[in-house]
Design a protein around this ligand. Structure first.
Ligand code: ARG
Length: 588
């Protein structure tokens, strides 16, 4: 379905043409002065020089041609040459009815859908999730849903950190504590136990302990490095123990991500590409891209046009060990071979941008990707506390994701039960759903690359630019519609009518922008555009609600029109929060 701005621009272009001017001048935009008009066209000013005429004269001539337009109710030429525009109620009604009956509310599907891999989440096995991982999960999930809604094939991959020194550290600490475990018995060649010899909470204590020890004790660190090496070279007992670590950790991660309404299609990790590395490295050497520098194997990635220093991409350390780089490169190779994506998007902390620049350049240079494959780094900013510093617990430690979630759930539960009696179970569930909207909307309403302040009071407020405000609006619509049904009304086949009031027309004008908004949210990888749109939409709805007696309207077709408008608004809001990754409760 054509976007509203295209439809009305076409009408305007015809008018410019028939008045004797170039049709490109007829481009229409949203009004800068909503108090004066709904849309505007500045073409007369743009054409003045070319036609050697005063802009207002051109504007007047064009306005004349639109006297009997089926689209514009009002076309006013104002000094110095603006065309101020208002839409005909009937046109708006027809456009909206068409939108209501179109698939995806009139968002056109791409002729050749893209295949996109999104690399997000990126948690590290056995280390607890912290708020730093929260942004990647929230933003990545939303981008995935937006691209899918826009008609593309999208594969979300968690890219677990499951292969580095942290594994060697855990194994070393386990060996210190439980040397009798069968995994450490080199002579053992039977089957290892199915049950892991530790729980997730033990694991979460073991890693920081080991990491602390290795910083103080060089021989401990050497042991951990040796264990990492043995694990990577395939020692049976270590591999078996590592599998347990992965399983216990992944089960816990799945639970955490489920609570966040975040779902991955692939649970691949760094370890999955380990065996591909030697071959990749050989190729890089053979083709002459990789060379030894100070003992390490590197690929130069600097370019003439660089304004800052871009260091070479290190492929292997001098001891032959692979690095974070190496696994990322091998993962690109693997994704190209197995998935053939048109695009890979990485949702990672923006402090890793130089790193990804190196990796992308290296992947291009060494031909791991085709020239037409797009590699895109979406670097996000830091989530800060109210003091403007990276978010911490009250005690000053790193805030764990679970603690943050339970804190915000409690806050929401308090608000929900403050003024009314709600059954305990329902209140808890509602609190969970609304709290998630508070966190996600609070994050996504900012441009991803910016730092933002996590402000519990503001994010959980039912008023203002917040998730709970959006949900509150949806719940309000649902409750009117329920009453309408209780009064004998039906929601099936309701038809929108011409707007008669100003707030009603405003709401409609907000709705018609949906397909253009969603298209640009996809193209610019910008969930914040969805947030800005639904905030305006919710405001328009609430304004309409306060000015209109909906259920007591006596004219039946007018009333049906109101109801149809509410249904469409509810559905559009519902779709938008779904792509943002949260849901609305039935009541709140
Ligand atoms: N595990 C990494 C971290 O916690 C993030 C991984 C990002 N993705 C990637 N392909 N490197 O910092």
């Amino acid at each position: 379905m054509n976007k509203i701005l295209d439809v009305i621009s076409d009408e305007m272009k015809r008018a410019f043409l028939s008045a004797g001017y170039a049709e490109e001048l007829g481009k229409v935009t949203l009004s800068n002065r909503p108090d004066l008009c709904e849309y505007q066209c500045n073409g007369a000013m743009a054409g003045a020089k070319q036609y050697k005429k005063v802009p207002i004269i051109i504007a007047q001539e064009v306005a004349q041609k639109l006297n009997d337009s089926k689209i514009f109710e009002e076309v006013i030429a104002v000094n110095p040459g603006f065309l101020n525009l208002k839409l005909k109620p009937e046109f708006l009604k027809d456009y909206l009815n068409q939108m209501a009956h179109s698939s995806k509310f009139g968002l056109d599907m791409p002729k050749s859908p893209k295949k996109i891999v999104i690399d997000y989440g990126g948690p590290n096995i056995a280390k607890p999730l912290h708020v730093g991982h929260l942004r990647s999960a929230i933003i990545g999930e939303s981008i995935k849903r937006i691209a899918r809604y826009a008609g593309h094939e999208v594969i979300g991959d968690i890219h677990l950190g499951d292969w580095g020194l942290q594994m060697g550290l855990i194994i070393t600490e386990l060996q210190e504590r439980y040397p009798e475990l069968v995994y450490f018995d080199e002579a053992f060649n039977g089957e290892y136990p199915k049950e892991a010899p530790f729980t997730i909470s033990q694991l979460e204590e073991i890693y920081p302990t080991a990491s602390g020890k290795s910083k103080e004790d060089a021989s401990y660190k050497a042991k951990a490095m040796d264990a990492t090496f043995k694990l990577q070279s395939g020692v049976r007992g270590y591999r078996a123990l590592w599998k347990h670590i992965i399983n216990v950790s992944v089960a816990d991660l799945k639970k955490n991500y489920r609570n966040l309404n975040v779902e991955f299609d692939l649970w691949k990790g760094e370890s999955d590409v380990h065996d591909l590395i030697p071959h990749m490295v050989e190729d890089m050497k053979e083709m002459g891209y990789a060379y030894i520098s100070d003992g390490a194997l590197v690929v130069d990635v600097k370019e003439e046009s660089d304004t800052k220093e871009i260091p070479p991409c290190m492929i292997l350390k001098s001891d032959g060990a692979s690095l974070y780089n190496t696994t990322d490169l091998a993962t690109i190779m693997e994704r190209m071979n197995r998935i053939h994506p048109d695009e890979i998007i990485y949702v990672v902390d923006k402090r890793q941008d130089l790193y990804f620049e190196q990796v992308f350049r290296c992947a291009r240079k060494t031909k791991l990707v085709q020239p037409e494959t797009k590699l895109y780094f979406l670097g996000f900013g830091t989530m800060n506390g109210k003091d403007g510093k990276p978010f911490k617990t009250r005690e000053g430690g790193v805030m764990r994701l679970e603690s943050l979630l339970s804190e915000i759930n409690e806050e929401m539960y308090g608000k929900i039960t403050e003024n009314r009696l709600v059954p305990e179970k329902e209140a808890r569930e509602t609190a969970r759903v609304v709290a998630l909207s508070a966190i996600k909307y609070g994050d996504l309403s900012n441009q991803a690359s910016k730092d933002y302040i996590f402000d519990m009071d503001r994010f959980t407020s039912f008023e203002g630019d917040t998730g709970p405000y959006i949900l509150y609006t949806i719940v309000r619509i649902k409750s009117i519609l329920t009453k309408y049904k209780e009064m004998g009304g039906s929601l099936v086949e309701v038809v929108l009518q011409e707007p008669t009031g100003e707030s009603e027309k405003n709401l409609m004008l907000q709705l018609v922008g949906f397909n253009a908004m969603m298209e640009s949210a996809y193209e610019e990888i910008a969930p914040h555009k969805v947030c800005a749109y639904i905030y305006d939409l919710a405001n328009a709805l609430n304004h309409f609600y306060h000015e209109t007696k909906i259920l007591t309207e006596e004219d039946p077709s007018k009333k049906e029109g109101f109801i149809a408008l509410l249904v469409l608004t509810r559905d559009v809001l519902g779709t938008c929060i779904d792509v943002l990754g949260f849901q609305a409760p039935e009541r709140m």
